[in-house]
Design a protein around this ligand. Sequence first.
Ligand code: M6R
Length: 365
Amino acid sequence: SKGGFDHFMIKEINEQPNGIKETLNRRLDENGDIKLDDIKLTKAELDNINKVYIVACGTAYYAGLVGKHAIEKFAKIPVETDIASEFRYRDAFVDENTLLIVVSQSGETADTLAALKEAKSKGARILAITNVVGSSVSREADDVFYTWAGPEIAVASTKAYTTQLVSLYMIALDFAIKKGTITKEQYKTMISKLGETSDKVQEIIDNSDDIEKIAEEIKDSKDAFYLGRGLDYCLAMEGALKLKEISYIHAEAFPAGELKHGPIALIEEGTPVISIATQDVLFEKMVSNMKEVKARGAYVIALAKEGNKEVEKAADRVIYIPEVDDVLSSILTVVPLQILSYHVATKRGCDVDKPRNLAKSVTVE
Ligand code: M6R
């Protein structure tokens, strides 16, 4: 049942604080350290891993892009994130020293499962992140990390994504402490900051009236563009997917630095450009990019961290998220993007939970 909500999607958006908490807290021991019982990878085995692939489809793939940032930053292992339907046919460089992380809410996605089997046959170690206990992906994998999102009904993935992010951060931190690439103090700090994200997501949900107003302003657009740099570019892609799949507005994400290499030609008077600027080192660059598109007529909707008021000079509307460590911002940033898509789609009269042409689980190629 929808538990008093109009749609499963908004219900599931609201379940995210709890999903984040469950995914994290169920794997913290009495000292508050990460304890991954289902991952049997020993320290010696981990030391032999010289390459990680994260393979998935759709939203799970976008979570995997964030996972790449986290694992490379903390555990210092090179990571390539790939789309399962590409990976399975491209003869990727996989051997016994490869770890393949597959991410799949359903655990039944045909391409993801095929990519898993392909890598397994080449000797890779397989770690699955999935939401469904006993799913095909979980049965084929060597190690399984279950996201504790609870059943996700809406076709548009929301709470599965945020719990996948938490899982990937936890895996990154666990690998990092085992490999000695972060100090115990950094490890402890990151776990405690990860723990704070659930309340901050709640805060975003509780204060989302302005997002609904922005949805009203952009609901009749033909196109919408999403810009970001670094981690924010991963979120731009997820935001664009969320909008296009449920509202049918043409939505596309660009790395902001690529604007001048082509995409800026698309900007017309009034085109909504959702510009994500949560990363401190990239903030100034993003503000310049917003000014560039605004000068060409874009309707700039900025997403920034609380206190970064400078963004207001370059934007028509600003959505603020609570202060958060840059590397963990993804967990917060996605929430306003989900809420915006939801309101745009409902205002357009779309069937948000069952968008046209789409199935919840893609079990055929
Ligand atoms: O069950 P999976 O996580 O393997 O599904 C992957 C994609 O099909 C899924 O994320 C899809 O892109 C969603 N509709 C996105 O909201």
